[in-house]
Design a protein around this ligand. Structure first.
Ligand code: NDP
Ligand code: 8G0
Length: 457
């Protein structure tokens, strides 16, 4: 067996390839588009040298994958995490192309970052790293060329330092990054957008597949992984609507609510406490004891096997965070909806378990939504931030939220429609595949724009 040289990228490519099979069989000319779209337009790799607090030289690898610009300037976040490598950034950049297409906004796909680990670094070290990183990246990006943003390890503080560096180096105040502060070009709802958008998407899924699990009911039990930007705002929207979040996790372990009694999950105050902890770079383990006897901390575990009863599962930490066995455990716990807040949150084995359950149909079938559909709200509001920057004006919170809701509704409809057409013959009680729908829907849009621009023929 040949081992994959870019395992995460090959996984993402394999998923798309499998999903669009039926469409390609009926439309063979698009096979050429698939061959072309899997090669990035440009990959930039660079050295980042920065000074630590002891005055020592530190060096990291910096990257920007400019994957596809058929629909607009490259758009996608910057990940700062020791695991970052080209395989991970190519998978993220590749998924971003089709996700951005599903938002209906004018954005191409890209992703970047560095193997720099922000954990345990001082504020001054973060600032010096961000300046050093941007001193090279600045020559490759621009408001009409490539517009990066945050991602894992890159929050509001890092975006602000990078924006400041770009401005100094280029003498331009332009919308070259999204996720900016509200007073200097940022958009309302951008911090909330991925989590809120995920829940807006899930509301459509529930309405069609299992209205009995409305998020307005405290009996509806929601498992969430992660405790960063996406997980926090996902939990807050679940709470605002009235359902019960039962878990949050981080790279060290999981905190769960022990009771399945209605309403006895995490509260808004709990989530705010965790948000404050994460801003300081702390771990859930360090505050678990403050949550009292109704909560339980499990070191080294993810939430999926820990909960006896779950209706909705929302992986929101990182890629490949649900295994096949964990998917089985979720099904045993009664899960009906699985939607990714993270990118490629489910392993291929987990997806197979969920898709099999969907195909079996009936009252216990699971419905799975891939991240490129269910988490597109984040990049969508980044697109709205770009639009506001171009006009040099700011929309209100209510305006942005309404646009986000509309974008998630339209994205869901595209997925449902393409899924109905291209996910095989189905019995009346079998739902269309949102996996196929998202991949085919996004692919057609990108492939068509590439064809008329002369990228394939
Ligand atoms: P954050 O850095 O804010 O939070 C990441 C969370 O996931 C933290 O709880 C972190 O734990 C945990 N985590 C990160 N890496 C790992 C790992 N290798 N193993 C286990 N846990 C891990 O990132 P975001 O919330 O912004 O991103 C989460 C996911 O959502 C990512 O897949 C990202 O690409 C995706 N996404 C984000 C969007 C956004 O707008 N931010 C938009 C769309 C998708 P710890 O605190 O211990 O580090
Ligand atoms: O705003 C963005 O461009 C962005 C930031 C972080 C993650 C994502 C994503 O869609 O995965 C987009």
């Amino acid at each position: 067996m040949v081992l994959p040289s870019e395992p995460e990228f090959e996984q993402a490519l394999g998923e798309l390839s499998e999903s669009i099979k039926e469409f390609l069989a009926a439309n063979p000319s698009y096979k050429k588009a698939f061959e072309v779209v899997q090669v990035p337009e440009r990959v930039i790799q660079f050295r980042v040298v920065w000074e630590d607090d002891q005055g020592r030289t530190q060096v990291n690898r910096g990257y920007r994958v400019q994957f596809n610009s058929a629909l607009g300037p490259y758009k996608g976040g910057l990940r700062l995490h020791p695991s970052v490598n080209l395989s991970i950034l190519k998978f993220l950049g590749f998924e971003q192309i089709f996700k951005n297409a599903l938002t209906g906004l004018s954005m191409g796909g890209g992703k970047g970052g560095s193997d720099f680990d922000p954990k345990g670094k001082s504020d001054n070290e973060i600032r010096r790293f961000c300046y050093a990183f941007m001193s090279e990246l600045q020559r490759h990006i621009g408001a009409d060329t490539d517009v990066p943003a945050g991602d894992i390890g890159t929050g509001a503080r890092e975006v602000a330092y990078m924006f400041g560096a770009y401005k100094k180096l280029r003498n331009e105040f332009v919308g070259v990054l999204t996720g900016k502060g509200l007073t200097w070009g940022g958009s309302h709802i951008r911090p909330e957008a991925t989590g809120y958008g995920l829940i807006y998407y899930v509301e459509h899924m529930i309405a069609k597949a299992c209205p009995e699990y409305s998020l307005n009911k405290s009996e509806t039990l929601v498992a969430i992984s992660g405790s960063g930007n996406v997980a926090q705002y996902t939990a807050l929207k679940v709470l605002e609507l009235g359902a019960t979040p039962l878990s949050l996790s981080d790279s060290k372990g999981t905190l769960i609510a022990k009771s399945t009694v209605r309403g006895e999950g995490f509260t808004k105050e709990h989530v705010e406490k965790i948000a404050e902890l994460k801003l300081r770079g702390g771990s859930l383990e360090s505050i678990a004891s403050e949550f009292g006897s109704k909560f339980e901390y499990h070191a080294g575990k993810r939430p999926w096997t820990l909960l006896p009863k779950v209706h909705i599962a929302l992986p929101s930490a990182t890629q490949n965070e649900v295994s096949g066995e964990e998917a089985d455990a979720l099904i045993k716990a009664g899960v009906r909806i699985v939607a990714e807040g993270s990118n490629m949150g489910c392993t291929p084995e987990a997806i197979e378990v969920f898709e099999k359950s969907r195909l079996a149909g009936g009252p216990n079938a699971v419905w799975y939504a891939p991240g490129k559909a269910s988490n597109c709200g984040g990049v969508a509001v980044s697109g709205l931030e770009m639009a506001q920057n171009s006009q040099r004006l700011n929309w209100t919170q209510a305006e942005v939220d309404a646009k986000l809701k509309k974008i998630m509704a339209d994205c869901y409809e595209i997925c449902l429609d393409a899924g109905s057409k291209w996910s095989g013959e189905r019995k009346a009680d079998v739902l269309p595949s949102l996996l196929v729908g998202a991949n085919v829907g996004g692919f057609i849009k990108v492939a068509d724009a590439m064809r008329v621009q002369g990228d394939w023929w």
